[in-house]
Ligand binder design. Sequence first.
Ligand code: NAD
Length: 499
Amino acid sequence: MEELTHYIDGKRVKGASGRFSDVFNPATGEVQARVPLATKAELDAAVAVAAEAQKGWAATNPQRRARVMMKFGQLINDHMDELAELVSREHGKTLPDGRGDVQRGLEVVEVCMGAPHMLKGEFTDDGGPGIDLYSMRQPLGVVAGITPFNFPAMIPLWKMAPALACGNAMILKPSERCPSTALRLVELIEEAGLPKGVLQVVNGDKEAVDAILDNETIQAVGFVGSTPIAQYIYGRAATNGKRAQCFGGAKNHMIVMPDADLDKAADALVGAGYGAAGERCMAISVAVPVGEKTADALVERLVPRIEKLKVGPYTAGADVDYGPVITKQAEERIRGLIDSGVDQGAELLVDGRDFRLQGYETGFFIGPSLFDRVTPDMDIYKEEIFGPVLSQVRAESYEDALRLTMDNPYGNGTAIFTSDGDTARDFAHRVNVGMVGINFPIPVPLSYHTFGGWKKSAFGDLNQYGPDAFRFYTRTKTVTERWFSGIKEGGEFHFKQMD
Ligand code: NAD
């Protein structure tokens, strides 16, 4: 069985802890590799390497750093199929979806090619007599990225590209479920010219994460994962004086107004609800049709579409719609939640529990499920299911649908389908959710905007990628300067007014 490694100081390094985590092939249920879990000592040693390497990297001018991003972008493109296969092999998502995972990360690398522009400071000429002020953006030093299983390429790239373009060194701790893509990306960025030690991959679990949070050299932590862990990491990092931005789970609602194009809404719901087996933080998991007539008409369109979905391994060809879920535990948890929905009185219109795929009986597959007449007190509404399950909650009016969305503790993404501009505008303006789609089910912003949820979907005050990332990964220093050209004054004992 393949034994994976860390990537430290320019090379793949075997784990020293003797502890490993299994990496599954989710389509067969077999263990295909094991990944080492780092100790605190291994993590601290990698940080010491990073701190040394960061000095030279920070002294490399931003344009040269950007050239590394350009070459890296090219290499990602050249290796697109290889990277997508790495993603799909460990995650189980289809190959086109694996390519999308790489592509949406690559787009953040592309924005980082313009880093010199983003890192320009500010200048005030003559802020007072003979006084100028300038602000500069300096790197933080060593930072850490801790990433989830569900986007093994995209989210590591969201973290590493801006952090490195800003002149930091990074310790990346990818998910122990899907670590191979990050290990390959670090090789590619070194091939693009990144000096060794500036980006290192340390694999691990809670022990490595806690070592990151307590390491005094690490200045900032960027996390993506589930809400309880996001909240824990944010609290511990902040207590230790680090910058932290921690993105958590989601329960994304899509409101369907009576005037919506219902065929388009149904297509959107099926793609956004079941794509990647529902394992996306921007998946739509709650459909909220307004009015009984809309709800009935929507169900009529959803059921046949869902029944046609093709579930299978990524190797089965381009017509597979989605693959297995990530682990046996995830599969059992999702099945348990579907059972609870039935027990608590929701109507299970499509039941994916009995789905079996010949030849893949031990894989972690679940068929698509659709619930109708779900109410907010049910577990299937309250929990982030993170599986191929769509719940329909019927709303009496637009205001009810809006209130339901706003009362939900999560605030990652939401969408409205309508043909009325007034309603759409009102929704976008009032809803307390970070990313909003209008006739657009998964509104992940493009890489030159920023990505971030509200409420329990994010802890911290800046978003990922785009201009916010350049703020997060740099700190501002402001210089006030005066050159004495004939101005003679004694000591000053009060704040000087700039007049
Ligand atoms: P997870 O929280 O289990 O793991 C995320 C990371 O935290 C991993 O690297 C893992 O090793 C580490 N970790 C896990 N348990 C830990 C603990 N007790 N202490 C310290 N570290 C720990 O999340 P996951 O299952 O890998 O990913 C799915 C979750 O991520 C979903 O909730 C999904 O909504 C969320 N997600 C959010 C976004 C976003 O941008 N908001 C994007 C993608 C995924």
